[in-house]
Design a protein around this ligand. Structure first.
Ligand code: NAP
Ligand code: MG
Length: 495
């Protein structure tokens, strides 16, 4: 059987009846305000709309925070910070455990709202994003009363008021990555979610009320880029925790130069997922699929450059295409959906433009036959072969369900090609030999190297990048460092 007939036959064998998750559990308010000092209030800017990218339906009108609102939020966070930091670690930890438990209790509601506002498949928000967010709160709740044993000196001190600015690809999870360690260490937070995905952050504000978190400890200000820029440049901010694009990360780094604000930047990536000829190929195929099609490829650490050893190239590509042919693209709320909607029209345009550049530069593209919904923003899973290292699709972050495949002959060549990128966030290695995995990990210039797996996250494990992927680590004990004031020891060991 030729591969294409085989692909068609496999696809036909897997017909699924619709299995939609009910959206009735999520309350979508027609208008939502800013969350400042424990209360919701209207912003002084022009309210904007957030839509469901799978249907283009308007979900809510959301307040825009301008300078005055940001000032109010930062002042509320400052006033709250003194009291919050004076609580014992055990007291703060009780609040964090409470937040974690409420997230678990309301997990289904948060997951549905996340999928509606973002477009991601419900099986991902339900099984990955929200449980991992709860796990981050549980994890940092455990640190709050043990900070003096965390390797940050005998009396670790918080930095103060943190500005957290997050992207749209993992709205609730990124919020957890920032807020949980900040609160555990005695800081307070003003968080700005992305313009296209503000709803679960505003639901988290309700959760803070439900947990009786003292007013001002967490503040949520909504808006677009101007609101983010206003927040990070406010003189009352002591620390900036940013996750987003390298372009904006660079602007933020420039804007704080010469101030005493501390900054961590979690930026873009163009990860190599490297398959050796001795790899367990079935597992590797699942890892490649998960690496690039999880969350529509809207993943900073996505395995967007597949490096395959030449001797298994044809086998890997054939099997990959067969697997891609049974990916289900469509309604994010359907429990069988593998690939949901692209988050916004502008992201869809960016993916389309980069994909066209791949064709123009001579690479070959392949997508399975799939009927995309008429309304909303969609992109079929795509694989490019015949890619050269100089092509834009091998260098730039596409941030969509598009995989570029390159080949290599020797481990040394794999390392050279993998490291030939301005980024350095993550990488994957598929091989039967543990010694080769370890050697590759020592050679790859990437913050995270997965071996025979991909896109695995654990709150105890630090995450972050090299080079243009940013600096600082989130998660684990390392993640505390970003939220604690630097410790200076004298030669006698006392401060
Ligand atoms: P983005 O355009 O940089 O936006 C990120 C956040 O910054 C959004 O809230 C955005 O607001 C805000 N913003 C935009 N301009 C700003 C400015 N001048 N000053 C302050 N804030 C500003 O990134 P994105 O397109 O939303 O997200 C995708 C990027 O995030 C990708 O490059 C991805 O690799 C990266 N990412 C990295 C990680 C990591 O851990 N390394 C994790 C996830 C995503 P609006 O969106 O409302 O305009
Ligand atoms: Mg939206």
């Amino acid at each position: 059987m030729t591969p294409s007939k085989d692909v068609a036959r496999t696809a036909a064998a897997f017909e699924y009846a619709p299995a939609p998750e009910s959206n009735s559990i999520a309350t979508i308010r027609p208008h939502v305000g800013l969350f400042i000092d424990g209360d919701f209030r209207d912003g002084s800017g022009r309210a904007f709309k957030t839509i469901n990218p799978a249907t283009e339906e308007v979900l809510s009108e959301v307040s825009e925070a301008t300078e005055v609102d940001i000032d109010r939020a930062v002042k509320a966070a400052r006033a709250a910070q003194r009291r919050w930091a004076r609580l014992t670690g055990a007291e703060r930890s009780k609040f964090l455990f409470r937040l974690a438990r409420i997230i678990q209790e309301r997990a289904r509601e948060i997951a549905v709202l996340e999928s509606i506002d973002n477009g991601k498949p419900i099986k991902e928000s339900r099984d990955v994003d929200i449980p991992t967010a709860a796990a981050h709160f549980f994890y940092y709740a455990g640190w709050a009363d043990k900070l003096e044993y965390s390797g940050h000196g005998p009396t670790p001190r918080p930095i103060g008021v943190c500005a957290a600015v997050i992207p749209w690809n993992f709205p609730f999870l990124m919020l957890a990555w920032k807020i949980a360690p900040a609160l555990a260490t005695g800081n307070t937070v003003v968080l700005k979610p992305a313009e296209t995905t503000p709803l679960t952050a505003l639901l988290f504000a309700e959760i803070c009320q439900q947990a009786d978190l003292p007013p001002g400890v967490v503040n949520i200000v909504t808006g677009a880029a101007a609101t983010g820029a206003e927040l990070v440049s406010h003189p009352g901010i002591d620390k900036i925790a940013f996750t987003g694009s390298t372009v904006v990360g660079r602007q933020i780094a420039k804007s704080v130069a010469g101030t005493d604000k501390s900054v961590t930047l979690e930026l873009g990536g163009k990860a190599a997922n490297i398959v050796f000829d001795d790899a367990p190929i079935d597992q590797a195929i699942e890892g490649i699929i998960n690496g690039i099609f999880f969350n529509q490829g809207h993943v900073c650490c996505a395995g967007s450059r597949l490096l395959v050893q030449e001797s298994v190239f044809e086998e890997v590509i054939d099997r990959l295409k067969r697997r891609m042919a049974i990916l289900r693209v469509g309604d994010p709320l359907d429990k069988n959906t593998d690939i949901g909607a692209i988050n916004s029209k502008s992201q869809l345009d960016k993916i389309t433009e980069l994909t066209e550049s791949g064709l123009a530069e001579g690479a070959d593209s392949w997508s399975p036959e799939c009927t995309l919904p008429a309304k909303g923003y969609w992109f079929a899973p795509t694989v490019f072969t015949g890619v050269s290292q100089a092509n834009r699709i091998a260098r730039e972050e596409i941030f969509g369900p598009v995989l570029s495949v390159l080949t290599f002959r020797t481990p040394k060549e794999a390392v050279e090609k993998a490291n030939n990128t301005p980024y350095g966030l993550s990488a994957g290695v598929w091989t039967e030999k543990g010694s080769r995995s370890l050697w590759m990990a020592s050679q790859l210039r990437a913050g995270v190297v997965w071996s025979n797996t991909f896109n695995r996250f654990d709150p105890a494990s630090p995450f972050g990048g090299y080079k243009e992927s940013g600096y600082g680590r989130e998660g684990g004990r390392h993640g505390l460092t970003a939220y604690l004031a630097p410790t200076h020891f004298t030669t006698s060991g006392s401060r």
